[in-house]
Design a protein around this ligand. Structure first.
Ligand code: PLP
Length: 238
């Protein structure tokens, strides 16, 4: 990248970061929450490592990725930087070992076999405990264990939480969800808040709520989100 191209991209990202920061601050103010309650995760999927580097310069150091190979490549390219890597995509069991090597937080644990595979990955990577969130399927029709876009059905969360807690390599930190397509995000995030409260009665460390994307971060913050995952409105359309 030429110096000019980088300067142009930096200016563009500076501007979108400012806008998103203002939206988060306003949403926090509107619900009487301190700004420090909410962490911005920049979801950099499909965008190059150079963008991650610029975001870090601009103070955005929490990075989200949804595909193992792409995430691993960027992690390796940027290993000297102090970044926190959030894995927000669905994980096939055979990718868990790889994800466990570089992820700081895995947002998408939705079945026991995945928890088990991640725990084994933590052992083989010889690293400290891995923070995990349970991905909840908020589709109102969710009855099975896992929905098509991932996520455990609400009535299976308690069992999954017990299973995750049984692995000393994993630390259950909370819940994650995507508002259902075509559904009412207000209702969905409200339900997620109730689910989070219920989970915290048994797992006191499970205080995180990962919810809200470019289109609905204000609503998620109003319902208690502690982590918003923003791609498009920071980096551009994919
Ligand atoms: C891509 C993605 C995001 C970011 O979505 P935008 O609409 O681009 O802000 C958030 N969460 C998950 C799980 C994603 O895959």
């Amino acid at each position: 990248m030429t110096t000019d191209t980088r300067a142009v991209r930096r200016a563009a990202l500076q501007s979108t970061v400012d806008i998103v920061e203002r939206r988060i601050a306003a949403a926090c103010a509107a619900s009487g929450r301190p700004r420090a309650d909410v962490t911005l995760i920049a979801v950099t999927k499909t965008y190059p490592a150079s963008d991650v580097e610029i975001l870090a310069e601009l103070g955005v150091r929490e990075i989200g990725e949804n595909r193992d190979q792409e995430a691993r490549t960027k992690f390796d390219a940027l290993s000297g930087q102090s970044l926190r890597w959030h894995f927000v995509g669905q994980i096939q069991r055979n990718k868990a070992k790889s994800v466990a090597r570089y992820a700081d937080v895995v947002h998408t644990v939705d079945r026991v076999e995945l928890a088990e595979a991640l725990a084994r990955g933590v052992v083989s990577a010889d690293r400290p405990r891995l923070d995990v969130l349970l991905q909840v399927n908020l589709d109102p029709a969710a009855t099975g264990v896992i929905g098509p876009r991932g996520g455990v059905a609400p009535d299976h969360i308690a069992d999954l939480a017990i299973a995750v807690d049984s692995y000393p390599e994993l630390r259950l930190r909370g819940v994650m969800a995507v508002a259902p397509l075509g559904g009412d995000p207000n209702e969905a995030f409200g339900r997620l808040a109730v689910i989070s409260r219920e989970l915290r009665r048994h797992s006191s460390d499970a205080t995180l709520i990962s919810a809200g994307m470019s289109s609905d971060l204000e609503l998620a913050i109003a319902h208690g989100a502690t982590h918003v995952r923003v791609g498009r409105d920071l980096l551009g359309a994919r």
